[in-house]
Write a protein of this length. Structure first.
Length: 326
């Protein structure tokens, strides 16, 4: 008799749980959402996160709080999100360095992109600007290379952290041009940019979003763009490829991810909101204004292929540079 009663209770609880879970998903979100940015405030990832967070807040009719968790080339923020409850209330602004480069460069990571995350959207794929402090007497790539070769050991280039896209962009140029430069890692592009502006470092490969304001104001000097084609914002600025290094091409993508075990229906709600953002002219215009070319809506299969292609490309670069960070 007791076994029958216990079975009945189990069945009743299962039925109750089945009824409650869809209701929770249907009501999502009912409380503030945390959007983790794995770099310091003021950098390109932070700027993008705040734009996305503002749109999601309006669209989902809930407060979105941006939280910066900088350090370890994004691994600290990634680990925090990977260990968070997969309930849709903790999201992650990720980048190529976190999903692609870290697994290529480090044998041990506190997270696994494939196991721990679901990439819901790729927001942008942005070129970088090779920019120098005005104290560097070079206005072209050729002049910079000549200056670097006659002043070995005097040039420092900053990045958002060891092993990130910005760092490897500098290492690629260093190898191709045959120049000597010292890498100085920071906990985000924002602090690196501040030191570049103050002259503590001389060079940086910066994403378009944060490079444009100081370049256009004359506080920094742009030498070239990392993309294969010139960009509309700086049409007179040559590419590194056309400046004598035809094999050079670098861009950095950013996306929004959630813990991998987030329920499908909640993930679908978040992805639908991100899709609406990327189809919203005002949102797209806000990205363009700060130098982030938006990507059109992609299916999950297209997102996966995009990341796989980027991973294969960077695997070749890492092998050519012979970099290991373990």
């Amino acid at each position: 008799m007791r076994r029958v009663a216990s079975s009945a209770i189990i069945v009743a609880l299962a039925a109750l749980l089945a009824a409650v879970l869809p209701a929770r998903a249907a009501d999502y979100p009912t409380r503030p959402i945390k959007l983790v940015v794995p770099y310091a405030a003021g950098g390109p990832t932070d700027v993008l996160g705040r734009i996305v967070g503002e749109y999601l807040g309006r669209d989902l009719k809930q407060v979105v709080v941006v939280e910066n968790k900088a350090g370890a080339q994004g691994a600290i923020g990634a680990e925090a999100v990977a260990r968070s409850d997969p309930d849709g209330y903790t999201l992650f602004v990720t980048a190529a360095s976190i999903f692609v480069l870290n697994p290529l460069l480090y044998k041990k990571l506190p997270y696994d992109p494939a196991r721990d995350f679901r990439l819901l959207s790729v927001i942008t794929d942005a070129p970088m600007i090779m920019e120098v402090n005005p104290s560097v007497p070079a206005k072209t790539i050729a002049e910079f290379v000549a200056y670097a070769k006659t002043n070995p050991g005097k040039l420092n280039f900053g990045s958002a952290g060891t092993g990130g896209t910005v760092h490897l962009a500098g290492e690629m140029f260093k190898q191709m041009a045959g120049v000597e430069m010292t890498h100085v890692p920071y906990k985000g592009a924002g602090p690196a940019l501040q030191d570049l502006l103050s002259g503590n470092i001389q060079l940086m490969f910066d994403t378009l979003g944060t490079a444009l304001p100081p370049v256009k104001s004359g506080m920094l000097r742009a030498l070239a763009v990392s993309s294969t084609e010139r960009i509309p914002d700086l049409p007179d600025l040559p590419t590194i490829a056309e400046s004598g290094y035809p094999d050079y091409a670098v861009s950095v993508w950013y996306g929004i991810a959630a813990p991998s075990k987030v329920p499908d229906d909640i993930a679908g709600k978040i992805k639908a909101s991100l899709d609406r953002a990327l189809n919203d002219e005002a949102f797209r215009a806000s990205l363009v204004r700060i130098g982030f070319p938006p990507l059109r809506v992609k299916s999950q299969a297209e997102i996966d292929r995009f990341v796989d292609t980027d991973r294969a490309r960077w695997a070749g670069v890492v092998k050519a540079l012979n970099i290991s960070l373990d």
